[in-house]
Design a protein around this ligand. Structure first.
Ligand SMILES: [Zn+2]
Ligand SMILES: [Zn+2]
Length: 341
């Protein structure tokens, strides 16, 4: 428990002094292991970098393609050793073509190589442009990313529910470990528990954006994470993360970080302890300051006045307001994914 307290203190400090993503060390300046939980709103995207090797786990929605492209460019990552499409849903694979437009890929993993959707087809087509196909993966597979060991824990059994076909990965780097669960819910969590894998992890990427049916107590008891990251969109219509999932994490004494509150979250590991830095500090509360925003009263999105998307809003749906961010969110408005107001 002592180690945990120290690590938590470190986190608080880092987050307190914490700067923007620019201040965070990327692969170029010697960090040996880092996970970038990229803020893609109500979706998942995580970039794992270890000793110069790179794995992208999911790529957000279709509309995040440009963001993923820009992120890789900013990080100077023109080659991906692995792309993992955890499952076929749009909020996980929609933005992967953006990655494939910028970077070459060695291996693309998914639990299925066929799925009836336009988004899936686009992903497969983009891979084909590089002469690649999906490699189907499942429980029991292992590979290495730099000096980190990656173990595939799920899916154990086939399921009719794409969420429960999520590729679940556990990455071990030194004494620290990271569990990525895609949108796995109770069914897949039970399968993984039954399979008897070692689940204990320092950091858990919470399943299905904090849905009620994920992160069950039996699963959490085995994972015993110190930290949990929830990739979730502010004001999303699913009510994620749910009070049930948050309650279970709280009961387990887990420190929770959410992309809807912090923006992009970067976790680094030295093999002993992990530390976090986030795009938005907890302290500098931008939520309480009144600012000028432009609303799209039809799509219920809000933008900065400078956002390029503003000019495309139909006049009848456009409204300029001077309000606090939290007021807008409480009225059901969601921030634009491009200007990130
Ligand atoms: Zn999802
Ligand atoms: Zn899903």
């Amino acid at each position: 428990m002592k180690k945990k307290t120290v690590a938590m203190l470190l986190t608080v400090l880092l987050l307190a002094v914490g700067g923007c993503t620019e201040d965070v060390r990327g692969p170029a300046d010697g960090t040996e292991f880092a996970v970038h939980f990229i803020d893609v709103g109500q979706a998942d995207a995580a970039l794992v970098v270890c000793d110069g090797e790179v794995m992208l786990i999911d790529g957000g929605n279709r509309e995040d393609s440009q963001l993923i492209y820009s992120y890789l460019k900013q990080e100077n990552i023109a080659h991906l050793d692995y792309i993992v499409a955890t499952h076929a849903h749009e909020d996980h694979i929609g933005g992967l073509p953006g990655a494939l437009n910028y970077a070459t890929v060695d291996t693309a993993l998914c639990s299925v190589d066929e799925y009836d959707s336009g988004v899936f087809k686009t992903f497969v087509d983009q891979l084909a442009k590089q002469g690649k196909e999906i490699t189907v993966t499942g429980a029991g597979d292992t590979f290495r990313l730099g000096s980190a060991d990656v173990q595939v824990l799920g899916p154990v059994w086939a399921s009719d529910d794409p969420n429960n076909m999520s590729v679940v990965l556990r990455i071990e780097y030194g004494e620290t470990s990271f569990l990525f669960t895609g949108d796995a819910e109770r069914e897949e969590e039970e399968d993984i528990l039954d399979a008897g894998f070692d689940l204990e992890s320092t950091v858990l990427k919470v399943g299905h954006h904090g849905s009620e049916n994920s992160t069950t107590y039996p699963f959490l008891r085995e994972v015993m994470p110190e930290y949990a990251v929830i990739s979730v969109g502010e004001g999303n219509s699913y009510g994620h993360p749910t009070p049930e999932a948050l309650g279970r994490l709280r009961d387990a004494g887990v420190t929770v970080l959410r992309t809807d509150e912090r923006g992009t979250i970067i976790c680094t590991s030295d093999g002993q302890t992990v530390s976090f830095a986030a795009q938005r500090d907890e302290e500098e509360d931008p939520l309480g300051t009144k600012m000028e925003y432009v609303l799209n009263t039809s799509s219920k999105k809000f933008h900065l006045p400078t956002c390029g998307g503003v000019k495309d809003i139909k006049e009848k749906n456009r409204a300029a307001v001077f309000e606090t961010r939290s007021e807008l969110v409480s009225r059901g408005y969601a921030p634009c994914g491009n200007c990130k107001p």
